[in-house]
Design a protein around this ligand. Sequence first.
Ligand SMILES: *[C@@H]1O[C@H](CO)[C@@H](O)[C@H](O)[C@H]1NC(C)=O
Ligand SMILES: *[C@@H]1O[C@H](CO)[C@@H](O)[C@H](O)[C@H]1NC(C)=O
Ligand SMILES: *[C@@H]1O[C@H](CO)[C@@H](O)[C@H](O)[C@H]1NC(C)=O
Length: 223
Amino acid sequence: MAATMLAILIAIFVFACSPPPLVLAADEDMLQDVCVADNNSTIIINGKVCKPMTAVVAEDFKSGLLRNLGNTSNRLGSVVTAANVGNFPGLNTLGVSFARLDYAPGGVNPPHVHPRGTELLFLVQGTLFVGFVTTAPDNRLFAQTINPGELFVFPRGLVHFQINTGREPAVAVAGFNSQNPGVSQVAKAVLGSNPPILDAVIERMFQIDNALVKRLRELVSMT
Ligand SMILES: *[C@@H]1O[C@H](CO)[C@@H](O)[C@H](O)[C@H]1NC(C)=O
Ligand SMILES: *[C@@H]1O[C@H](CO)[C@@H](O)[C@H](O)[C@H]1NC(C)=O
Ligand SMILES: *[C@@H]1O[C@H](CO)[C@@H](O)[C@H](O)[C@H]1NC(C)=O
């Protein structure tokens, strides 16, 4: 009996001394069933304004945005078609979005981050080599070849990429725990910002001369 009491007291003590639980949050919790975005409103309150409930129709919750094969005839040989709150207003406040990714053989979805969402990719067809890199100081690469039916997860905010290593076109779909995960391509953010980051910064960053900075900017602008 005393031993049981002691065990309970120890458990309470350990619980009281433990750090607060880790908060794993993505988008805000919703405060109503649905909040279909009013695409005409220019007001943004950490999300979009809801259209009146009386104006909401079943079609608001359906989207054909990912129906078609993406056109991969570009320098990267890949295209991402996104269905997020920007073009699918029914997703507003629901904390999820989706994308379709098409890759030509050898096609690359270059290193990028999603600042607001973790991505769970499902390979439908083809073969991809995919990976993400953890933050400094380790900058550890976790990469794998994936085959149809397999999943790979890219944690929120970490730099990641995919390349089609197969001989056929590849098709993947990806879910995000954000209605608007956002995307920032590393090369474009660093070398193609508007206005440009000072050349002097890029020169020191890569330890290269100005001519090479100009050349890199030119190459990145073509993708
Ligand atoms: C947005 O504007 C269009 C064109 O004026 C109109 O047809 C549509 O009903 C409006 N949508 C909402 C949600 O008010
Ligand atoms: C795909 O994109 C290329 C380059 O923009 C274009 O020339 C071609 O017509 C497009 N193909 C289709 C099927 O839309
Ligand atoms: C909402 O408006 C944006 C910006 O004008 C447009 O790009 C988008 O296609 C619109 N979405 C819908 C579902 O009408």
